[in-house]
Design a protein around this ligand. Structure first.
Ligand code: ZN
Length: 298
């Protein structure tokens, strides 16, 4: 007798970049109020989502990425943690991918927002990656540890959610945290500074055997809106003008270079290319590939 299907198979998808294996690990999704979408009339944003057969308010997926390079394992971002029923699936998907938390020797952070740092430590402040060194951009560490921007946040709940929780999660890695400004931060992985969304927001370029993949962090939160209209910003952008300028510059570059990309909030499995389309762009998801390679022909 067949059983009733109640869930998906694991949110795990592998992609080879030369000798490196990058694994997309889905953490779940969040439904977020449309008031967080700026730079576009709300009714137009809602109409664009409906035209794309998406729910309103916006449904934003959350992905993390594991990188296996030689004998080493890095994780990029840690997802939300079990903040609500629809998120916190990183741990289960990491296990499904055959990676034990103690095997992760490096955690690279794109930036310190709750949907990226939430899964670093549990509510008691215990690090969930017991052997990992935590690495992030120096400007990112400095901003979230600076009391001046923290005290500008009037709402105490919001202040705790962003600044308080960022500090608490990072404290679990106090003795094994290091910052970077650029350069190689893991074998085959170099930093691409992408400031604006947050001051130290960083992407990571994975390069091996003549292939490359840019994991661009939060360059896009709502692909149905921001890919065709890069001017659309988010209420959580620390510097919306800079976020928009960074997105435009990066879009221009990855489209011209035919650069393979991946993103934390692109629909799972989140591997794609970007193509110019009139005044905007369009996203072309990678085709399913049994040999794990997803490169478009040069
Ligand atoms: Zn995010």
């Amino acid at each position: 007798m067949t059983e009733t299907v109640t869930g998906q198979v694991a949110g795990v998808h592998h992609r080879r970049v030369g000798d490196i294996t990058v694994t997309a690990l889905n953490d779940g999704h969040q439904d977020v109020a449309m008031s967080t979408v700026l730079g576009i009339p709300p009714e137009m944003a809602a109409a664009m989502l409906r035209a794309a057969f998406r729910p309103v308010p916006r449904r934003t997926t959350v992905n993390c990425f594991a990188i296996r390079s030689g004998t080493r394992v890095a994780l990029i971002d840690a997802g939300c943690g079990p903040a609500k029923p629809t998120v916190g699936f990183l741990a289960a998907n990491l296990a499904a991918a055959g990676i034990a938390p103690a095997e992760v020797d490096t955690v690279l952070m794109t930036h310190l927002h709750p949907d990226h740092f939430g899964g670093l430590a549990d509510a008691q402040g215990t690090a969930l990656f017991p052997r990992a060194e935590l690495r992030l951009h120096a400007d990112e560490y400095a901003y979230w540890h600076d009391d001046v921007p923290m005290l500008r946040v009037a709402d105490p709940v919001r202040r705790q959610l962003f600044f308080g929780d960022a500090r608490a999660r990072l404290a679990a890695y106090r003795d094994r945290t290091s910052t970077f400004g650029g350069g190689e931060v893991f074998p085959g992985v170099t930093v691409v500074p992408l400031p604006g969304h947050t001051p130290g927001h960083a992407g990571f370029m994975v390069t091996s055997g003549g292939q490359s993949l840019l994991i661009w962090g939060d360059i896009v939160h709502v692909q149905e809106l921001q890919v065709p209209r890069p001017e659309v910003t988010m209420a959580v952008d620390v510097d919306p003008a800079q976020a928009q300028a960074t997105r435009r510059r990066l879009f221009d570059q990855v489209a011209a270079d035919r650069q393979a990309i991946a993103g934390m909030h692109l629909h799972f499995p989140a591997f794609a290319h970007l193509a110019r389309d009139g005044d905007g762009y369009r996203l072309v998801p990678d085709a399913w590939s049994l040999d794990l390679h997803g490169d478009a022909p040069g």
